[in-house]
Design a protein around this ligand. Structure first.
Ligand code: FES
Length: 112
């Protein structure tokens, strides 16, 4: 039987249950927490990034290659995860940072 855990989203300070196997993005949607997800949850845009608080890495699923590549490309530190790829296995808090543009929309400065 799958477990359920407590997840709290900041800055809204909204808590609810998250089922084992459910992604952080899915839980946000179900709890009415606004969280961007421009690519639809396929680990390519990084707009669903969240900063992990209490609970930390032991409460989360392992990071796969696609997620790691996106986080590395964005130069995000180890506290960040993609909500669309992250499943929980313990109580956790997450902070939703201010919105960012999807990678495809970010201007690349001309080289000289
Ligand atoms: S929704 Fe695009 S990376 Fe998560």
């Amino acid at each position: 039987m799958a477990g359920t855990f407590k997840i709290t989203f900041f800055p809204e300070n909204k808590s609810g249950e998250i089922s084992e196997g459910e992604t952080v993005l899915e839980a946000a949607g179900r709890l009415g927490v606004e969280l961007n997800h421009e690519c639809g949850g396929v680990a390519s845009c990084s707009t669903c990034r969240v900063r992990i608080g209490s609970g930390g890495a032991p409460a989360l699923s392992e990071m796969d290659v696609d997620e790691k590549e996106v986080l590395d490309r964005e130069q995000l530190d180890g506290d960040y995860r993609l909500a669309c790829q992250t499943r929980v296995k313990g109580d956790v808090t997450v902070t939703i940072p201010p919105p960012v543009k999807p990678l495809a929309d970010q201007a690349i400065p001309p080289s000289r």
